[in-house]
Write a protein that binds this ligand. Sequence first.
Ligand SMILES: Nc1ncnc2c1ncn2[C@@H]1O[C@H](COP(=O)(O)OP(=O)(O)OP(=O)(O)O)[C@@H](O)[C@H]1O
Ligand SMILES: [Mg+2]
Length: 359
Amino acid sequence: MSQPQRLTLEDVVHRYAGSTAVDRVSLDIEPGELVALLGPSGCGKTTLLRIIAGFIAQTSGRVVIGDRCVDALAPRQREVGIVFQNYALFPHLTVADNVAYGLAARGVARSAQRARTAEMLELVQMAALAERLPRELSGGQQQRVALARALAVQPRILLLDEPFAALDKNLRLDMQIEIKRIQRAAGITAIIVTHDQEEALSMADRVAVLNRGRLEQFDTPSAVYDRPATLFVNRFVGSVNAVSGTLRSIDGARASVELAGGLRLEARAPSVPIAVGAEVVACVRPENLRIVETDAGFGGTVEIGMPLGAIVVHEIVGDDGRRLKLAEPRQPGVEPRAPGTAVRLAPVAPETVSLFPAP
Ligand SMILES: Nc1ncnc2c1ncn2[C@@H]1O[C@H](COP(=O)(O)OP(=O)(O)OP(=O)(O)O)[C@@H](O)[C@H]1O
Ligand SMILES: [Mg+2]
């Protein structure tokens, strides 16, 4: 097993004719770390992976693997394994030959090819199907072969571009666990591209959130979820109630905001400087609201209640017409509150309210 490598992107920019697909992205990925690159369609995820692998030369900035800048190296010299979204297995080659392909191309001796291929097929639990053709495999099995093929040549970095897009939900979960296990076992630094926030949060050591080519936040899954750096991250990762207001004061870690209609809300102090008196958006997640018995908080009535298995979600229409979502753990046998029920809602704690500059 080779030593895991650090992967560093320094101020990487990529412009296609006219449009900027990657905009000054800097990332420092620890050896052996699994990072999820998360963002909506078109935000530059694939472009960034292709830059790291060497299939696209970036407009500016540097890619460093270990302590070596790889910008002048061809894809094969970079020792980066990439699994494309569509697996791209060779249809006329067996599973074993697909896995051995990169080894053969590198002139590895046949006996060593066989040994390494067997080891990789064992790792992805596909040894029993070594002689099958890709068309005789399920999507998840093809996925594992593609992974074995990428790992066979002992890449220093593993890149996975939306590897689960074609899989159904249960198989997806199996493969997520599987890839994490394999990535750990192989001790390899990896980036997985996804636009599925749950996948990013569940798999990654750290999540890089990309929006229109820009890195909005790079942090642990919990930090991204609990302390989103931007309004975009707050909306894109998880769901949110967003209401506008005016920043009234900041005191250390706390801030106070006045919502339209006069209601005061205590919040976490914004992570970017915002002037007192400025317009802000206050965000609180549905599970961070609760029903209160006092006359504090937002008044409203239940419009609809949805029992979603583990949680129950109520859509509340405020007295001012504002709509809020409330999510609570669901008690077995307890039905959602009836439409028309009057309730008052308040955040569970000021830390759960995030403030951002009004867009
Ligand atoms: N070869 C190209 N020429 C011009 N523009 C391109 C090219 N490839 C991608 N783009 C543009 O660059 C932007 C980023 O594309 P990219 O494929 O990196 O997005 P993505 O985040 O991978 O999206 P998706 O989730 O849909 O795969 C998009 O606006 C896209 O239209
Ligand atoms: Mg893509």
